[in-house]
Structures are given as C-alpha cells and as structure tokens.
Write a protein that binds this ligand. Structure first.
Ligand SMILES: NC(=O)C1=CN([C@@H]2O[C@H](COP(=O)(O)OP(=O)(O)OC[C@H]3O[C@@H](n4cnc5c(N)ncnc54)[C@H](OP(=O)(O)O)[C@@H]3O)[C@@H](O)[C@H]2O)C=CC1
Ligand SMILES: C[C@H]1O[C@H](OP(=O)(O)OP(=O)(O)OC[C@H]2O[C@@H](n3cnc4c(=O)[nH]c(N)nc43)[C@H](O)[C@@H]2O)[C@@H](O)[C@@H](O)C1=O
Length: 318
C-alpha cells in the first residue's frame, strides 16, 4: 500500500524524536524500541534548541533523518498557559515552524506533528469531531497555545498541498504517565494532584486543596496508549486532516481527584479553591476516525494511575 507501508518495514530507518525526554517523546522512544527500531535520533534541549532556526537547519542537513515525530513543545497546565501566554505562542510557533520546514527541505519522508484537544472551540459539540476546528471562539486560558497548535496543523496541510510533503497531525487529549511534569503550579491536573495527595499523606495533612469547582469534564489517555497511536499513524495514515487521539472515557475533576486520592492512599478531605479557573467545561474528543483506521486505547484510567504512581514513587525525588 505504498508510502505508509514502508514505515514498519524498515526498522533501521533514522527517526528523529524531538522532545525525547518529555512525557510524550520518552513514551514514543520506548514504543519504537519495543518494536525494534534501531536508529532513533535524539537531541536534548541543551544540545539543540529547536527555536533556533539555523541550528535546526544545520542539524537536519547533517543528520538527514527519514522520519520525524515532533513531541518538543512548550507545555503546561491551565495555570502555566494562563500566566505565560507569550512563551506558549512564540516558543511553539518557532519550534514547529523550524522543524516542519527543515524536515521538508532536507528530504524527510514523513513527519507527525502533535497538537492538543485545546485547538477546538470552548463550546464545541461533544464528542468533538475533527471538523469542529475553527468553528467558534477558543477557551481564553489557553488560546495562545491553541493558536500556535492550529498554525502547526495548517502548516502541515499547506506543505502537503503545495509540496506533496507527507506531514500529518495528531491531536491528543489530556495525557499522563511516566516522565510527566509534577511541578506544583505549572503541571496538568493529574500529576499536580498525585504530588499534592502524596505530600499530604506523607505529612499527615487533614486536607488537600483542589482547583476550581470540580465540575469540568476531561478525557484522559495514558501516554503509552498515545505512543502506540502515534506509531500506528506513522504507519497507517497519510491524510490532509488532523486525527483525534483519545480514550473515549471522561471523568469530572472531582471524580479524578477521588480516584487519585484512592490510588495514593490519602485519607483526608478535599477543599475546592474556586478562585482558580475551571477552563473548558468539557472536551471529549470524537476519536471514531482513528478507530475506523483500526486503533483503540487499551489502558484504563485506574490502571494508568496505579502505574504512574508506582513510577512517581520510584523516580521523583520526594
Ligand atoms: N501533556 C499533555 O497532556 C498533552 C501533550 N500534548 C502534546 O504532546 C507534545 C509533548 O508534550 P509533553 O511530552 O507533555 O511535554 P513535556 O514538557 O513533557 O516535553 C516537551 C519536551 O520538549 C522539549 N523542548 C521544549 N522546548 C524545546 C526547545 N526549544 N528545544 C528543544 N527541546 C525543547 C523539552 O525539553 P526541556 O524540558 O529540556 O525544555 C521536553 O523534553 C506537545 O506537542 C504537546 O502539545 C498534547 C495533548 C496533551
Ligand atoms: C492538555 C491541556 O491542558 C490544559 O488544559 P486543561 O485541560 O484545562 O488542563 P489542566 O490539567 O491544567 O486542568 C484541568 C482541570 O483541572 C483543574 N485542576 C484542579 N486542581 C488542579 C491542579 O492542581 N492543577 C491543575 N493544572 N489543574 C487543576 C483545573 O482547574 C481544570 O479545571 C491546557 O494547558 C491546554 O493547553 C491543554 O492542551
């Protein structure tokens, strides 16, 4: 079946995984290694700053990767997005523009760009289909990041239309798992709560503060499922439209907090800080397009939380 077939058939192809030390990039490297890909190209941020156009160009000219997965980005939770809008729009636009353009100009066979479910309008129809893109106003707490990600999708489409470049985009829902960012303020809700409940358990605290009202709904996907989907798309999809990547399962923030509390073993009370923003009320994606291609998520939220807490205890300095 032509081009898409060749990704799985050449295990020695040079694959650049940008952002390989992050939550997503590290999971993609693990997945590629488990499939016995032998030529995975990585660079730390310190060795290659992807916002520097000429450095990125020189890197691609010297290394000539055949495939690229772009998992390097400025990423954070609701507070970070709301507090550092300039960083979220400018760093992401720079990284993705440099990597997509250099990939095209240096003969990369295929690139996968990662966006996020926040690209969709705040009040999009639920579950959100791919064609809800640009159909209404964005959620204000993350519109800067969303605009950058929308530009990334459009850049992939434009390079495909004008140059025939095989650039595809995957839109993951909220992710979690090993190598997540557990920063107390700047992280996403799941690692933030895991850290806070763990600290409270160790210190014998009676209560834990959780942000917002607890009513927003979120769809969570374990990063190992996401990595599986990314590799699946590299081998099986070459279309113009971006592809939603979700679990199809949603929980309120209150339900999530109760589950994290149970997994961590904290026995105190939850206190809601309603001065903190709720963000989008609901963002369940319609992942039927990916399902029709033959991919579905496998890891339940409970199992994923148990796995992530184990990783946290073994790897994060307490
Ligand atoms: N986490 C989530 O819930 C979701 C993530 N995504 C998408 O997945 C992708 C990866 O996110 P995630 O793994 O969570 O993010 P992380 O923050 O865990 O990882 C991002 C990686 O990118 C690197 N990076 C950042 N800036 C630069 C730069 N200028 N030059 C080189 N490397 C850089 C970081 O290195 P360093 O730490 O050294 O700066 C880090 O290794 C992003 O595109 C994100 O939008 C989409 C939906 C949800
Ligand atoms: C992946 C996605 O991630 C972000 O959007 P978000 O889904 O709103 O992300 P979040 O995980 O930070 O919050 C989810 C919900 O949880 C509540 N909440 C409770 N307590 C804590 C808490 O302690 N920390 C955080 N961060 N949130 C908390 C919080 O108030 C909100 O209602 C964007 O960056 C966006 O750009 C994006 O792509």
């Amino acid at each position: 079946m032509g081009e898409t077939d060749s990704f799985f058939s050449n295990k020695s192809a040079k694959i650049f995984v940008a952002g390989h030390r992050g939550l997503v990039g590290s999971a993609i490297v693990r997945k590629l290694q488990s499939l016995e890909f032998t030529n995975i190209l990585v660079r730390t941020h310190a060795h290659l700053d992807l916002t520097r156009q000429s450095d990125v160009d020189s890197f691609f000219a010297a290394e000539k990767p055949q495939y690229v997965v772009l998992a390097a980005a400025k990423v954070g939770g609701i507070h970070a997005n709301n507090t550092y809008p300039a960083d979220f729009i400018s760093i992401n636009l720079q990284i993705q523009t440099n990597v997509i353009d250099s990939s095209y100009r240096h003969g990369v066979k295929k690139i996968l760009f990662l966006g996020s479910s926040c690209i969709y309008p705040k009040f999009a129809p639920q579950p959100i289909p791919e064609n809800a893109l640009l159909s209404g106003p964005l959620e204000p707490t993350n519109e800067w990041y969303a605009v950058a990600k929308i530009a990334g999708i459009k850049m992939c489409q434009a390079y495909r239309i004008q140059h025939g470049f095989d650039a595809i985009s995957g839109m993951p829902t909220n992710l979690y798992g090993p190598n997540d960012n557990f920063h107390p303020e700047n992280s996403h809700v799941l690692p933030a709560l895991m850290r806070r409940f763990h600290k409270a358990k160790v210190e014998g605290a009676k209560e834990v503060v959780v942000w917002g009202t607890g009513s927003p709904l979120r769809e969570f996907l374990h990063v190992d499922d996401l990595a599986d989907a990314v590799v699946f798309l590299m081998g099986n999809y070459s279309g113009l439209e971006h592809v939603n990547i979700g679990s199809g399962k949603e929980a309120t923030i209150k339900e999530l907090a109760e589950l994290v509390k149970e997994v961590v073993g904290f026995e105190g009370e939850l206190v809601w800080d309603t001065s903190k923003p709720d963000g989008t009320p609901r963002k369940l994606m319609d992942s039927s397009k990916l399902a029709s291609l033959g991919w579905n998520a496998k890891i339940s939220l409970k199992d994923g939380l148990v796995d992530t807490y184990k990783w946290y205890l073994e790897n994060v300095k307490q």
